[in-house]
Design a protein around this ligand. Structure first.
Ligand code: DOR
Ligand code: ZN
Length: 352
């Protein structure tokens, strides 16, 4: 196979932040152009906690979706200590909710209303297990005595193993894993377990945050880890193991909100995500495995059909880095390490 061109089934993004209002309008085209579906995170202000809120948010997204893109947003419920299992199950049955998201309270952007103790979710998780609704997990503990770089590994031991044991048939997606421990857990877990892996966690390690100065645009949560963890993520993503699939965690913040005394966590990568993954798989010498990771393993785990459309990825001479995304409220920096800048994406005409 040529290492410079590849046709694959149109991918899906199994983890994205599309935001709302002007930011939604600004970021949605880049995702809808390439990805057929996306699992939309519910951490708005206020969070999307009910079926009615999710249905309204989906309408706002669909109104901004470029005509002809064929893009479908898949909605998620933000779990709280007070989530009503009946509303959650009804929203799932109606096709509004695809999955539900567990944010430990205080773990990341707009997670203050998240879950303070997973034991409070017992009835909710039992119900999700019974109806086959996936649980998406932000896997970090927030205890102040736990080092920020250890939050994921400690979460596995303190919370995730118990969840996996207590709800053996629950579909669990360990979102945006960042550690060798996360990879090992997902590989070995019994029961339906998967993980998403972001472009940025595949391409940068924690040095990127301190490269000749402090780099707020390389800061996200979970924070990037040591090189050995990045290598473990690369090995997992390119292994062909269907438990690992694509989720960009594209999380736009205005520049001035990242470049300040206390900068926001999040990397905006929607315009360059497929270029990042292509470069990583090409470097690993297994571009032929990208289609499984990007377009097949996610639908299989979620029990959804494969997309019929195709895209082409191809490499050109290195291009200029993409400019900041302009919104009415300010600019958003696009994640674009130099080595991905030759890759282009093209939608192919539908076969139908
Ligand atoms: O870096 C992050 N940004 N991690 C998250 O978990 C949330 C996200 C956001 O919403 O900005
Ligand atoms: Zn996220």
């Amino acid at each position: 196979m040529s290492t410079d061109s590849l046709i694959l089934r149109r991918p899906d993004d199994w983890h994205i932040h599309l935001r709302d209002d002007a930011m939604l309008a600004a970021v949605l085209p880049a995702t809808a152009e390439v990805f057929a579906r996306a699992i939309v995170m519910p951490n708005l202000k206020p969070p999307v906690t009910t079926t009615a809120q999710a249905a309204a948010y989906r309408e706002r997204i669909l109104r901004q979706t470029p005509a002809g893109s064929g893009f479908t947003p898949l909605m998620t419920c933000y779990l709280t200590d007070n989530t009503d299992p009946e509303d959650l199950a009804a929203g799932h049955a109606e096709g509004v909710f695809t999955a539900a998201k567990l944010y430990p309270a205080g773990a990341t952007t707009n997670s203050d209303a998240g879950v303070t103790d997973v034991r409070r979710l017992h009835r909710v998780l039992e119900r999700m297990q019974a109806i086959g609704m996936p649980l998406l997990v932000h896997g970090e503990v927030v205890d102040h005595d736990v080092d920020v770089f250890d939050r994921e590994a400690v979460f596995i031991d303190r919370i995730l193993r118990g969840l996996r044991r207590d709800f053996p048939a629950l579909k669990i997606v360990f979102e945006h894993i960042t550690t060798a421990e996360g990879v090992a857990f997902v590989r070995a877990a019994e029961g339906p377990t998967a993980a998403t892996i972001t472009p940025h966690h595949l391409l940068i390690n924690r040095n990127a945050m301190f490269d000749r100065g402090i780099r707020p645009h390389a800061y996200c949560l979970p924070v990037a880890k040591r090189e050995r963890h990045r290598l473990a993520l690369c090995a997992a993503a390119t292994s062909g193991n269907p438990r690992f699939f694509l989720g960009t965690d594209s999380a736009p913040h205005l520049r001035h909100l990242k470049e300040q005394d206390c900068g926001c966590a999040g990397v905006y990568n929607a315009p360059t995500a497929m270029a990042c993954y292509a470069e990583l798989f090409a470097e690993a010498g297994c571009l032929e495995r990208l289609e499984g990771f990007a377009s097949e393993f996610g639908p299989a785990f979620y029990g959804l059909p494969l997309n019929a459309d195709r895209i082409r990825l191809f490499r050109t001479e290195p291009q200029a880095a993409p400019p900041d995304l302009v919104t009415p409220d300010g600019e958003v920096r696009v994640f674009a390490p130099a080595r991905i800048l030759g890759w282009q994406v093209e939608r192919l005409a539908s076969a139908a």
